[in-house]
Ligand binder design. Sequence first.
Ligand SMILES: NC(=O)C1=CN([C@@H]2O[C@H](COP(=O)(O)OP(=O)(O)OC[C@H]3O[C@@H](n4cnc5c(N)ncnc54)[C@H](OP(=O)(O)O)[C@@H]3O)[C@@H](O)[C@H]2O)C=CC1
Ligand SMILES: O=C1O[C@H](COP(=O)(O)O)[C@@H](O)[C@H](O)[C@H]1O
Length: 504
Amino acid sequence: MNTNIKSQPTIFVIFGGTGDLNARKLAPALYNLYLEGWLPEQFALIGTGRTKLSDDDFRERMLKDINEFSRSGEAKEDKWQGFVPNVYYQAADVQNADTYQEFANRIKQLEEEWKTEANVIYYLAVAPNFFPVIAENLSKAGLTTDVERTRIVIEKPFGHDLESAKELNKLLGCIFQEKQIYRIDHYLGKETVQNIMAFRFANAIMEPLWNRNNIEHVQISVTEQLGVGERTGYYDGSGALRDMIQNHLLQLLCIVAMEPPVNFTAEEVRDRKVDVLRAMRRFTPDSVRDSAVRGQYGPGWIEGEKVPGYREEPGANPESNTETFAAVKFFVDNWRWQGVPFYLRTGKRLHRSASIITIQFKDVPHSIFPPEMADTMRKNRLVISIQPEMSIRLQVQAKRPGVDMVLNTVDMVFDYKGTYVAQAPEAYETLLLDVMLGDQTLFMRADQVEEAWDLVMPILNAWQNRASQNFPNYSADSWGPEVAEALVAKDGFHWFTIPLSSKK
Ligand SMILES: NC(=O)C1=CN([C@@H]2O[C@H](COP(=O)(O)OP(=O)(O)OC[C@H]3O[C@@H](n4cnc5c(N)ncnc54)[C@H](OP(=O)(O)O)[C@@H]3O)[C@@H](O)[C@H]2O)C=CC1
Ligand SMILES: O=C1O[C@H](COP(=O)(O)O)[C@@H](O)[C@H](O)[C@H]1O
């Protein structure tokens, strides 16, 4: 891997250049990389979609999107003028094999201008049913033959179930080598998620504690205040388990549970993560009933505003049984984690948006302090807050100041805001740069995707077989259905939250 990005001529072809993902995430991310000096000296972005646009039309749209969605705010005229000559547009229907010759011509033209060969990255920001046809048409047009210089980025969802994920892997594998395939899971690009590996493996004090001897249970909770809104077309065929748990939350679990890699290389890190998925206890129809619960939001009030239930969202099926909330208890059957439950939950239209990992440690073996000496008494917890607060808190017992001996629970806090001045990059900035650098550490490998699907399939199957649900079973602005509380309560726990300064 060449880490000097400046000297790597790169052409980004974005299929779905006129779509929402490009507008909100990809275009702002590439622009911010430019602002921070992380783009190659010779760089071009070719947007594509069916819409007929000139280069200038597309540039205008992109400026509008950047002004609206970039974390760096509105583009400054001089900076924009520096970036915009690198932006082009090519109208094309991805299903028409003939149009791919036009990409080949544009690429050739740029390489001739630059007097050098370029790395070419095909980013598939289109609906998943187009992934196979684009890969095949790129191949037919002879655009995939340079294994060292050609990469393909596949957006989520990667398959709808195990079988379709395997099919897609197989098809991609016939055209590309694994080292050319970048399967996006944007959670892996988040600053705070990457920091979990730094926290675990760059500090000596954590590793001796990080196992079943000291840890009682782990919670991974990704709650969202937003509803499904305009996305019912996609979401109704997906649901919370496919949309969030199969990918993002299980990846978080892997990072928490993985063994220390030998080094920080893509294969080593991904090997250790897939080991976790392989070690995870498989579900039976009975264990699904005990371990997995779901919900769907009904209407409610959020900050004084009435919001519709899922079944009343635009375009929704008024009898839909799709889950907008899921909570699952997992086990990792290996020496480190035997008997330690990992509770994962996610849902939409919940009381607050917060992504938090909580590691609850076991109680002290013997307390020398009687209960009356404690104002508050809790087991130690390590709380890794991914967003919107970016922090790590270690909750410990301490003596409250005073002449008497009274204990309470205090937080030892590392928070990004107080520690660093610079704004953290968006996940897509990190991930797009890594694609350009050829670093696959933060991308999903074929076997990881398949193991994760294999793990959740019994839940999906059981839920499909028991389709009729008493939905909605939680109201907007709540913390989800009662069954989710019951899932942890029967093991003597409750779901943790942290007091947050901001809401989304
Ligand atoms: N939007 C988001 O926040 C996220 C999206 N994703 C994934 O990204 C992908 C794109 O999503 P999103 O941007 O929201 O989708 P949109 O519906 O907003 O955009 C779809 C894009 O595909 C293009 N397109 C559709 N049909 C064709 C065709 N036959 N030939 C050429 N281009 C075509 C459209 O261009 P035109 O209309 O000009 O033809 C448009 O640019 C999906 O896989 C989605 O799951 C993943 C995470 C988040
Ligand atoms: O992939 C997805 O993620 C978002 C949540 O991402 P975040 O970065 O805002 O936490 C989720 O809303 C969406 O349904 C899902 O497809």
